[in-house]
Design a binder for this molecule. Structure first.
Ligand SMILES: Nc1ncnc2c1ncn2[C@@H]1O[C@H](COP(=O)(O)OP(=O)(O)OP(=O)(O)O)[C@@H](O)[C@H]1O
Ligand SMILES: [Mg+2]
Length: 137
């Protein structure tokens, strides 16, 4: 595919926002003919980041309406995903039975960065995303 495709969404950082954002990302990937197993990985990783924004970001200072943003940009076979909130990243020792989200995200994507300079921006890169071979189904 030439050029790029982009999805940008903003929702309230509420539990009920996670599923619609995941579904929108799934539809975006399917429209780009991303292979099913790769769609599963992308949506799983995004879901963990979205859940973190909803659960953790606004515990310390709710600045007006808490938001979570999902940006997806597909260009030349690579996908960049940003999950953005305006809250405060909470550094802490992992709770023994928790702390899987960031590990799952790191395991799934090719590269991940967490920028906490202004809210939290989790960026995940997926390189050479596999596409469906046969366009007939
Ligand atoms: N968007 C965020 N805003 C604030 N803090 C965050 C954010 N994302 C992650 N964190 C911090 O990083 C920690 C680790 O996140 P991670 O997703 O790995 O584990 P968890 O959310 O605590 O548990 P689990 O994902 O297993 O349910 C969180 O407990 C939280 O302190
Ligand atoms: Mg988590």
């Amino acid at each position: 595919m030439n050029g790029f495709s982009e999805l940008r969404l903003v929702q309230e950082a509420q539990t009920r926002s996670v599923a619609p954002l995941r579904h929108a990302l799934l539809t975006f990937c399917e429209a780009l003919r991303v292979r099913g197993d790769a769609v599963d990985d992308i949506v799983t990783a995004a879901g963990e980041a979205l859940a973190n924004a909803v659960e953790h970001a606004y515990k310390r200072q709710p600045p007006g309406v808490p938001t979570v943003e999902l940006h997806a940009r597909f260009e030349r076979g690579d996908l960049a995903l940003d999950i953005i909130d305006r809250g405060t990243f909470i550094e802490r020792e992992p709770i023994p039975w928790r702390g899987f989200g960031l590990r799952i995200m790191r395991a799934i994507c090719a590269q991940m960065t967490v920028d906490t300079s202004d809210g939290t921006r989790v960026r995940m890169h997926f390189s050479e995303v596999p596409l469906k071979v046969n366009d007939s189904h």
